[in-house]
Design a protein around this ligand. Sequence first.
Ligand SMILES: [Zn+2]
Length: 103
Amino acid sequence: MAKGQRDIFAGLIRLHVLHHASREPIYGLEMLHELSRHGYRLGPGTLYPLLHGMEAQGLLRSKTICESGRTRRVYKATAAGRRALSEGHEKVRELLREMDEHE
Ligand SMILES: [Zn+2]
C-alpha cells in the first residue's frame, strides 16, 4: 500500500478500533479479523504496535486475562478514547455530508 493511502487509512483504522473497544473488550486477533472484514489488511506486526501506541496515548486501557491456561490481552476504550471517538464521529459525519452534497 502506498504511504499516502496508509496515512489516510491510519485514522480510520483507529476510529474503528475505538468504536469496537468502546462497546466491549476486544482482543487483538479479533480486531484483525474485524478490520479485514472492512478491507483493511493489517498484520499483527502493524496492529499490536498501533494498540500499544493508543494505550500510551491514553485512548485504550489493556489488561491481561487468563483463559484456560492461556494469557490474552484485552483492550477497552478509556473515557478519553470515547471522547476522541465521538469527536471523530462528528468529523466523519461532517465530511460525509459534504462529500455527498458534491457528488
Ligand atoms: Zn468495525
